[in-house]
Design a protein around this ligand. Structure first.
Ligand code: CGF
Length: 840
């Protein structure tokens, strides 16, 4: 209502209440207005990129209307809100997604065409905002799309890095990392909030004072910086609701230190201020790997501190009792990176609001929940107490208090169980001592979840076993999901059309279970033909992409076999390329006139970034590229086999790669891939999976049927036994002969780069094959054989492909988010009424 409106002028208020129209002429006029007045361009200085900018600004205007209305609606209804805290959001391009979610793509296509532009080419102008490393950040992005679509009163909070994940160049088989200054040409999708700035303190000391017979802690001194808000509207699909991703950027604090400016060294004093901007300047390029750098901790604390201030300000807008806090907020920690929020909220409640610690702790505990994404030891965050105590002295004190209270309770339940106490403690008694962020997250949360059944099970039986025994009900599973908007509707337009035609409408986009109804079409020859036609067109598109970006001609009739994901030893790209070498050697051994009868043509594509400091991952890239060089130039092989390293794998090229894939590889050592999410995207787009019983593959098998996948390899319960066997056996005996032969070839220098490739193969020889390539190789070969057999039978393959896609509805992030909302957050949907016929 307008009762509290700060806008007193009737006329202005009335004008603000009208909406932009979406007819062709109005759209065209708004684009041209932006060309003239936002970009100040003339006809002599105009490119398609400027067209992209103007179009985006006109879409943004429409987003902002919905965004403002949604925010007001939530406030008006005083809804319980979800805050999704994540150090990464891997959003991908906005324009197409925004138009599709706003249901304006057709209008814009037509409007823009008349102005001389093809909308698809305009899409290509956008930089891919890549503020994340891989699965974890992309999951956060899919979740935002689902939260908006499900009308949940939710906001994401993250960091506005000036440099996203590096751009990967491949030269002479090596990865080069180029800084990704993605803001070079501005960013039409964000709204800078000049008036939303929060002070953030680092370092300093804690002073104790006594007030009314009580001790009080005051954290002061040190350095202050500001965190400024940048809002990124997130439209839901088939709803007017538009939520927000609020990203923080660090800036120098306004109140500067007169003293230092007075010392005469004006430039030195300015330099100090520049340092503040550095905090949010770059995303750490590690996936599933922890880096204990002070700057990283500063990033985490900046995110947490600004967010908690924002959350509390919103809570306090209305006069109410603190006990209502957990009824009004649910804070989800996407992994442990934002876990300091637990301590920060507690600190604010006790030090600033004067709340007793027991009560404050109850409020915190009920408000927070934590998602774990990995059991890899190298990924678990542990901050040295020196580093933490220096940067955040009051927080370290509070961690000790939390730990003390917690361990006291534990020792009452388990007296004299020192082993248990030390495993549950937040403090690791190493030298130097460390703060275990996972323990802090579990203790400070009322719910803890893993990201796939098998992973959640492993958490309660291994990594968090002792916590589970303490409070079994706290532990849940929330199998990951991906948004069908971006991963079907946007990236596979033809498949989306086929679904819409067959199902007589497009409501499947928000209810993916509907595509299951197509089960009765699996045997239909027309449907199969359509299916094949779509796959072929998508393959055609990827073929052009490869030609353009890799200068390699690939055979459209070959099987497109793809492994794209971060480079990591546990993901076993290494095993894949070793198999490829085996296949190559087998072809070479076959007499030339029999080769085509015996081998099916395959194009094997790899893609993914290696963390800049991860030497073995980089060696794997080198091996892949060396083998590619050899094979692709071998005239005896021709188009029986091509190997491609797809450079700079990111969200926008994933949108081309995934719909074109026929076989995708998800072949991690069992127990090590928490879930995987690209496996879901591939299946949704009709790719078959060759994979191990790991992560979400297990549940994919349950849904689509094992007979429609190529499952191989050791099961998670067999891993320990196999490792022992491996350690006690000579590699030459334990490796199958096919593998020995391949390793021998590399060792001989057949693929060049012999020194570094020897280093690489030594990581699995000498009884240290930790990821068990040797143990799984044989069954991998067999699975590959089955792939070839199935692919020979085109109709069989097509049917399997259809079954994969139409049985994948469980893996929509709408299902995942509904479960979070019901089982962890306790929040309801609030759908804002569509304001007018005009608006849509
Ligand atoms: O999170 C991951 C991915 N690497 O970002 N983990 N982390 N940390 C897991 O390894 C994936 O298996 C998982 O799908 C993803 C999102 O939960």
């Amino acid at each position: 209502g307008s009762q509290n409106s700060l806008i007193q002028n009737e006329k202005m208020w009335k004008l603000m209440q009208s909406y932009i129209k979406n007819d062709k002429e109005t759209i065209q006029q708004s684009i041209v207005n932006h060309v003239e007045y936002t970009l100040a361009k003339t006809r002599f200085d105009f490119s398609i990129f400027h067209a992209y900018q103007a179009i985006s600004h006109s879409v943004r205007d429409r987003l902002i209307e919905a965004f403002n209305d949604t925010a007001q609606y939530f406030t008006h209804h005083d809804c319980k809100r979800v805050y999704y805290l994540s150090i990464e959001f891997l959003m991908g391009r906005y324009l197409q997604n925004a138009l599709i979610n706003l249901e304006l793509e057709d209008n814009y296509k037509e409007a823009v065409l008349e102005l001389g532009y093809n909308l698809e080419s305009v899409y290509e102008q956008e930089v891919d905002p890549a503020l994340g490393n891989g699965g974890l950040g992309r999951l956060a992005a899919c979740f935002l799309d689902s939260m908006a679509t499900l009308n949940l009163p939710a906001w994401g909070y993250g960091i506005r890095y000036s440099y996203g994940i590096f751009r990967q160049l491949i030269k002479d088989g090596y990865q080069y990392e180029v800084p990704d200054y993605w803001l070079d040409n501005g960013n039409p999708w964000e709204i800078e909030r000049l008036d939303v700035n929060y002070p953030i303190r680092f370092y300093g000391y804690v002073r104790k004072i006594h007030e009314n017979g009580k001790e009080k802690s005051i954290w002061e001194g040190g350095e202050l910086v500001l965190a400024r808000a940048y809002d990124n509207p997130i439209p839901g699909y088939d709803t007017y609701n538009t939520i927000n991703l609020r990203l923080w950027r660090s800036l120098p604090a306004r109140e500067f230190d007169f003293n230092s400016f007075n010392q005469g060294d004006y430039f030195k004093a300015l330099e100090e201020r520049e340092k503040a901007e550095y905090i949010t300047s770059v995303l750490y390029p590690n996936d599933s790997n922890y880096s204990g750098k002070e700057l990283r901790l500063k990033q985490q604390y900046l995110l947490v501190c600004a967010t908690i201030q924002d959350v509390i300000r919103r809570f306090k807008k209305k006069k109410r009792d603190w006990k209502e806090l957990p009824e009004k907020i649910a804070v989800q920690l996407n992994d442990t990176h934002p876990a300091m929020a637990i301590v920060e909220l507690l600190r604010v409640l006790i030090d600033h609001e004067g709340i007793e610690i027991e009560f404050a702790w109850e409020l915190v505990y009920k408000s927070f929940s934590y998602t774990n994404h990995t059991i890899l030891p190298e990924a678990l965050e542990k901050w040295g107490i020196d580093l933490l105590g220096n940067l955040l002295p009051r927080h370290l004190e509070i961690v000790y208090i939390i730990n003390f209270i917690f361990l006291e309770k534990v020792s009452k339940k388990f007296p004299n169980d020192h082993h248990r106490l030390s495993s549950l403690s937040i403090i690791e008694e190493s030298n130097p001592k460390k703060i275990r962020m996972a323990n802090l997250s579990i203790i400070g949360s009322h719910a803890v979840n893993g990201v796939a059944e098998i992973h959640s099970k492993l958490l309660t039986t291994t990594l968090f076993k002792d916590f589970y025994e303490l409070r079994p009900k706290k532990f849940q599973n929330k199998t990951n999901g991906v948004t069908p908007r971006r991963w079907i509707r946007c990236c596979n337009v033809q498949l989306a059309q086929l679904y819409t035609e067959q199902l007589g409408g497009d409501t499947w986009v928000t209810d993916l279970t509907q595509v299951r109804c197509l089960e009765n079409m699996v045997e239909d020859p027309d449907f199969q033909n359509n299916w094949q036609r779509i796959k072929r067109q998508n393959k055609e598109q990827l073929k052009w992409w490869v030609k353009e970006n890799c200068q390699i001609d690939i055979n459209i009739d070959s099987l497109f076999d793809v492994q794209v994901k971060r480079l990591h030893e546990y993901k076993r790209q290494f095993m894949n390329i070793l198999y490829v070498i085996h296949r190559y050697l087998s072809i070479k051994k076959t007499p030339a006139d029999q080769r085509h009868a015996k081998f099916l043509p395959r194009t094997i594509m790899f893609g993914g970034k290696a963390a800049p400091g991860y030497i073995n991952a980089k060696r794997i890239i080198k091996l892949i590229c060396s083998v590619a060089d050899k094979v692709n130039t071998d005239s005896e092989i021709g188009d029986l086999m091509k190997i491609v390293y797809l450079p700079n794998y990111n969200v926008s090229n994933a949108q081309i790669i995934i719909p074109a894939t026929e076989l995708s590889q998800h072949i991690s050592t069992a127990g090590l891939e928490a879930s995987g999410t690209s496996n879901m995207k591939f299946v949704m787009n009709g790719s078959l999976i060759i994979g191990t019983m790991d992560g979400a593959n297990v549940e994919i098998a349950e849904e689509v049927g094992k007979e429609n996948m190529f499952i191989f390899g050791a099961l998670v319960d067999e891993i320990e036994g196999l490792r022992n066997h491996m350690r006690n056996t000579e590699p030459s005996q334990y490796f199958p002969p096919e593998l020995n032969e391949v390793l021998q070839k590399i060792d001989e220098g057949f693929f060049g780069a012999v020194d570094e490739l020897r280093e690489l193969i030594n990581t699995i020889r000498n009884r240290n094959d930790y990821y068990l390539l040797g143990a799984d190789f044989k069954s991998y070969l067999e699975a590959q054989k089955k792939v070839d057999e199935c692919y020979k039978n085109k109709s069989l393959w097509t049917k399997m492909s259809i079954r994969n896609a139409i049985r994948s509805s469980k893996f929509s992030s709408d299902r995942t988010i509904q479960q979070y909302a019901d089982e962890i957050w306790g929040v309801k949907a609030f759908q804002i009424p569509n304001p007018s016929q005009n608006a849509r």
